[in-house]
Design a protein around this ligand. Sequence first.
Ligand code: FDA
Length: 312
Amino acid sequence: MLDSASKAFFHLLARSKTLKTLGSRYGMRRKNSFARRFIAGEDVQEAIEAARAVEARGLMHTLDLLGESVATLDEAYAATRQYLEVVDAIAKSGVGRGISLKLTQLGLDVDKATAVDNLRRILERAEPADFFVRIDMENSPYTDVTLEIFETLWGHGHRRIGLVLQSALYRSERDLARVNALGGSVRLVKGAYKEPKTVAYQRKADVDAAYLRMAKTLLLDGHLPAIATHDVTMIEAIKQWARTERITPDRFEFQMLYGIRRDLQARLVKDGYRLRVYIPFGREWFPYFMRRLGERPANVMFVVEGILGEGD
Ligand code: FDA
């Protein structure tokens, strides 16, 4: 849950090199390893297998090749090449065509122009093949530049892209109006990062209240709106409000993360709602995994049991 101290703690751990090495050793080694609850595997074929299983349950998906905060241009080019291969592999496999990516994975910390160029290369391969490309939102130092890059690409005629807004940030309601006016697609989330009180609500109740306000604006004024949360209270409130506004379930989609609340995913689909699962995969899974632990410290017990149960 959005407890700010536990989020901060896990963000600190996410930067630990020792933990990353240990995690990489134990986390994904076997088919039943602990990290596999949240991550589909280390290579694209495993992700495609997971996507097939998701489709068999009547759900849609977006695939995320994990990676972020690369520190050199070589790493950024390598990530871009890998993404191009992922696009080709997905297209060849016949599963649904959607990917999510992060701008710091494409070199934003090193050189903005290169990151934009890398994203453009991916879009030029993905859009003609009918992919939808979602730019994930990273922590608040990247909000401005992410919006700016999204708007630049939109201005250049790219239409099969969307971005993410976080209800935790004070600014997000204004950003939502800005993206809605443009005609862009928003995935609404609460926000996975520990943020200072100068820019973000600290109390769960405030983040939730902003989430509900933004969800309503998104459903009324947005384009391909995506409501991304596992929070049953939010989901029920949004379903009920949409019914009273006569917004039918085909006009928006819910989104959830791979491995979280599968029961709720199934229930929504059974009730006629559209549901997309975010399927992360790849070798750089450690920071993503630590964010999931930070959201729900109960997950830590599951990891400890996993490690104890694995042996060497
Ligand atoms: P909340 O944290 O209140 O949790 C509600 C309930 O969901 C919990 O009670 C529990 O049952 C379940 N739950 C939540 N997290 C869990 C976990 N880790 N393990 C087990 N159960 C859990 N963030 C971001 O900053 N940028 C981004 O680009 C994205 N992208 C994104 C895509 C998609 C499809 C989703 C669903 C989420 C994101 N997020 C994200 C993450 C998001 O910001 C947020 O951190 C998580 O979704 C958790 O918040 P909830 O809305 O689920 O609510």
